[in-house]
Design a protein around this ligand. Structure first.
Ligand code: ATP
Ligand code: MG
Length: 439
């Protein structure tokens, strides 16, 4: 006998694991995701937004130029590498930059307005924890070509309606701020630097580094030791340019009329450089420190900054993991999102596999919406009924020798205590059809 002592299975025995902070989505969870995604698709259709899909990899320069060199994302969170041609590529850390790039490149912005949405994975090298991952998912909207506060209000209303669709509206809070124009920010920046310089002993390392490169980012700090200092800083909202002030007042009036509640948060600056005027976040207290579930704002300068013709824009992005976590925490996932099967066909006795598969096909042809699974692999009545029960199906359909002889089908309600019945095919169709009263 020829024994190979160095078979590959002896050499390669250590288990391979997923990358930290990058999660598998198992069937149990993916059902919840599908429920959430369906709600989002419905929302987008209700407002006439169209989907755009862009690649997950982009040139590194795209993110550096849009998000900004002195931001958490670009300084420490991007997955950047050289490809085989020596080009520097980055796994997208967010969606807006890619959508703007695609819109410019494909001529979507010439004399037209656009209302777009996207969904997909994003990548940031952060410390993984509850609600914070290295591959996570965002769904976002981006609108182009509209200047007024009406479109700012529209994207906020859309997000509010999604919370309503999901039963979340009472559990989230809208925070609103204005970052003014670039000129107003420049003037404010000088004041802010003066203030922080006067208290430089209280700045942490990050803040000291950003004092001159990007002082507004200091306001975004998560360091609890700096909260008091940041609280006392001058507020940009008190130094807005007239146009931004008017824009902000009008937006507030629109939200007030429609009855959307918000709080003004003067420290809301967002972690990305491209925002101006309106910024907003939806937050919750139910998820601990990872409390922001959706964030957005206006970015009128970005299209030009990335090489397009100056085009006003506003959008938002929501964190899918955090929203699903929130829905689970608050037990807001409807029962039907869990349930996957209507009927499970059991196959007993001789020649049963053929009959069962055929019955499955006949049912699917007659009832296209019916979710039906056929038992495979034989086994006793007891083991098959156990499978049927575990499958989550409402009904077990039983094809035994007697049924095959008589041309009838046994049916057992797995959720209610009723006796097993024998039905002919047409009565079975009526019983299983979606409009049938459930026995
Ligand atoms: P945070 O302050 O929590 O780090 P952020 O300001 O970096 O958030 P954005 O870039 O505005 O987040 O992204 C929008 C949304 O995407 C966030 O509000 C959040 O819900 C979600 N999100 C951001 N980073 C992560 C992550 N690493 N894991 C899971 N969700 C995330
Ligand atoms: Mg972040």
């Amino acid at each position: 006998m020829n024994v190979n002592l160095q078979s590959p299975s002896n050499i390669v025995s250590s288990k391979l694991q997923a990358i930290r902070g990058m999660n598998d989505l198992l069937p149990e969870q993916s059902r919840l995701w599908q429920y959430f995604e369906e709600q989002v698709r419905r929302l987008m259709a209700r407002y006439g937004y169209l989907e755009i899909r862009t690649p997950m990899l982009e040139q590194t320069a795209l993110f550096k130029r849009s998000i900004g060199e002195v931001t958490d994302i670009v300084e420490k969170e991007m997955y950047t590498f050289e490809d085989r041609n020596g080009d520097s590529l980055t796994l997208r850390p967010e969606g807006t930059a890619s959508v703007v790039r695609a819109a410019i490149e494909n001529g979507l912005l010439h004399n037209q307005t656009q209302r777009l949405w996207y969904a997909g994975p994003m990548f940031r090298h952060e410390r993984p924890q509850k609600g914070r991952y290295r591959q996570f998912h965002q769904i976002g909207v981006e609108t182009f070509g509209l200047t007024g506060p009406d479109i700012d209000a529209e994207v906020i209303l859309m997000s509010a309606r999604l919370w309503q669709q999901l039963g979340l509206y009472e559990h989230v809070q809208l925070e609103l701020n204005s970052l003014g124009s670039a000129e107003a920010r420049a003037a404010y920046r000088r004041q802010l630097v003066e203030y922080f310089e006067a208290h430089s002993d209280q700045l942490d390392e990050d803040a000291r580094r950003r004092l001159h490169s990007n002082p507004m980012r200091i306001l975004d700090t998560k360091n609890p030791d700096m909260q008091a200092l940041v609280e006392g800083a001058p507020k940009l909202i008190d130094h807005l340019d007239t146009e931004s002030q008017t824009h902000f007042d009008q937006l507030r009036a629109l939200l007030d009329t429609i009855g959307i509640e918000y709080v003004i948060n003067p420290r809301l600056v967002r972690g990305l450089d491209y925002y101006d005027r309106t910024v907003f976040e939806w937050t919750t207290t139910a998820l601990g420190s990872q409390g922001t579930v959706c964030a957005g704002g206006r970015y009128d300068g970005l299209v030009e900054q990335l090489g397009g013709r100056a085009t006003p824009a506003v959008g938002f992005a929501m964190g899918v993991e955090r929203l699903i976590l929130l829905l689970e925490t608050l037990a807001l996932i409807p029962e039907r999102a869990h349930d996957t099967l209507d009927a499970y066909i059991m196959a007993l006795g001789e020649d049963s596999a053929r009959h069962a598969l055929a019955l499955g096909e006949q049912l699917r042809s007659r009832l296209p919406e019916l979710r039906v699974q056929v038992h495979c692999g034989g086994g006793s009545f007891k083991s098959q009924i156990r499978r049927a029960d575990r499958s989550g199906a409402r009904y077990a359909l039983i094809l035994g020798e007697e049924e095959q002889r008589s041309g009838m089908i046994g049916i057992k309600d797995l959720r209610n205590e009723v006796d097993q019945q024998m039905l002919d095919f047409e009565t079975l169709i009526t019983t299983l059809s979606p409009s049938a009263p459930r026995v």
